[in-house]
Design a protein around this ligand. Sequence first.
Ligand code: HEC
Ligand code: HEC
Ligand code: HEC
Length: 430
Amino acid sequence: MIIIRKLSFGLLALAAVAVTLLLWRGLRHDHDVAGSSPLPIDTTQTPLERGRYLTQLGDCMACHTVQGSAAYSGGRMITTPFGRFYSPNITPDDDTGIGRWSADDFWGALHEGRAKGGKLLYPVFPYTNYTRMTRDDSDAIYAYLRTIAPVKQASREHDLKWPVSWRVSLIGWRALFFEPAVFKPQADRSAAWNRGAYLVQGLAHCSACHEARNALGGVQTRDNPAGGLVLDWYAPVLSAAVEAGVQDWPQADIVALLSVGKSARGSALGPMAEVIYESLQHGSDEDIAAMATYLQSLPVTAKPEPEAQPRVLPNDLLRARANGASLYAKNCAQCHGDDGEGRAPAAPALAGNRAVTMDSAVNPIRIVLFGGYTPGTAGNPRPFGMPPFSAAMSKQDVADVLSYVRMSWGNQARAVTAVEVERLSGGPLW
Ligand code: HEC
Ligand code: HEC
Ligand code: HEC
C-alpha cells in the first residue's frame, strides 16, 4: 500500500515536472535579442524604403493579401492538413488591423510567435523562420506597415480540426518545435554567406515550404531531409542534387533562377513562381548573390526516401508507355521536341530535367493538368506558357503521357498512376 502510494506520489511529481517543463518551453521568452543584421546596410535607402524592401523579401504580401483586394488586409485562405487558415488583416487599422500594436508587440509576433496581448500564433505564419530576424529589421517592417492605408476588415476565424483548433495546443507544439533565436553570424564565413544564410533561413523563409513537416506540423532537421508539400505542389529538397540542390550550378544560373524565374538549368513554377514574382525579383543584386552563395554551400544530401507507390504491372506499363508515346507526339512534341530536347526559348527540355524525373510526380502532374507560366519578371517579361490539359485528357492519359516522359530519352523515373493524378486534380492552382 505504502509502496503504491509512494509510487503514485512519485509519478505525480514527475508529471508536475513534465508539465512545468512543457509550459516553460512552450511559453518562454527570448531575452537574448542582440545580434546585429549581418548586412551591409544599404545607406542609399531611407529607413522606410528599407522597411518596404524587407517586407517584400519576407513576402508578407503573398499570405496577407487576397488578389484584387486591398494590400495586407488579410483573408487569404491557406489550406493545410490541419484545416483552413485565413490570414489576418495587418494594415494599421485600430479596430480590425494592427493599428494599436507597438513595435514591441510586432517584434513579439515575428520573433516569438505571440500576438499583442500574448495570444500564441499558429506556425503557418512562418515565425519559426522570422525569429532569425534582427530587431532592427522587425522595426523597419513595422514602420513601413504603419504607412500603408488602414483597411477596416475584420479578420476571419480559422476553420481547423480539433485539437489544433484549440490554441492552447500550441504550447505543446512550441515546446517540441520552436526555439526563438536571432540569427548569429558565423565568424569563419564571408559577409555574403552570412547575409545569404540570414535571408534564406529567416526573412525569405525558404524552409517553410522546402522542408517536410511531420504529422504534428513540425519541421525537424534530419540527416536525410524530405521536401515539403505545399498548396498541392511539392517543394523539393534544397540540398539534394536530384531535387532542388544548386551546389554545382554556376552562381549566375542561381541568380537568374531566383531573380528572373528562369535559368539555363531550371525554371520556377507554381508557388515558387509566385515567390519570385512577389518577392525575390525585388531583391537587390547583392542579396540575391548572397543567397546563391549560401545555397551553394549547403552540405549535399542524398535523394530523399521515395514515397510508397502502388506497383504497376509490366503489362500495364507497356500499355501506358505506348499510349503515352502517341499522346506525346500529338500534344507535346511541337513544343518540347520529338525527343524531349526542348525548343529554346519557348519550352524547356524534358529529357534530363530533374523537375520531371524527381521521385515525386506532384509538380509534373499539376503542370500538365493546369498549365502554368514562369513568373513575368524584368528579365522574362513575356513568359511562354504551358497549356492546361485537364479538360482535354483523362486522368489515365495524363498518367500515361507522364510515365512516357519520365521513362524516355534516358529519363529513369517511376511510372505515374491515374490514382495520383486523381488526387491532385482538385483545388485551386495554388
Ligand atoms: C505563409 C503565410 C504567411 C506569411 C508569408 C506571412 N504571414 Fe503573417 N500570418 C499568417 C497567418 C495565417 C496568421 C494568423 C496566425 C494565427 O491566427 O495564429 C498570421 C499572423 C500575423 C500577425 C499577427 C496578427 C494578429 O492579428 O494576430 C502579424 C503581425 C503578421 N502575421 C505579420 C506578418 C509579416 C510582417 C509578414 C512578412 C514578414 C508575414 N506576416 C508573413 C500567414 C502568413
Ligand atoms: C511558398 C512556398 C515556397 C517558398 C517560400 C520557396 N519555395 Fe522554392 N520552390 C517551391 C516549389 C513548390 C518548387 C517546385 C516548383 C519549381 O520547380 O519551381 C520550388 C522550387 C525551387 C527550386 C528548384 C528550381 C529548379 O528549377 O530546380 C529552388 C532552387 C528553390 N525553389 C529555391 C528557393 C529559395 C532559395 C527560397 C527562399 C528564398 C524558396 N525556394 C522559397 C516552393 C517554395
Ligand atoms: C504550347 C507549348 C507547349 C505544349 C503544347 C506543352 N508544353 Fe509543357 N511546357 C511549356 C512551357 C513554355 C513550359 C515552361 C512553363 C513554366 O516553366 O512555367 C512547359 C513546362 C512543362 C513541364 C515542367 C518542366 C519544368 O522544367 O518544370 C512539364 C513536365 C511539361 N511541360 C510537360 C508537357 C507535356 C507532358 C505536354 C503534353 C501533354 C506538354 N508539356 C505540352 C510549353 C508547352
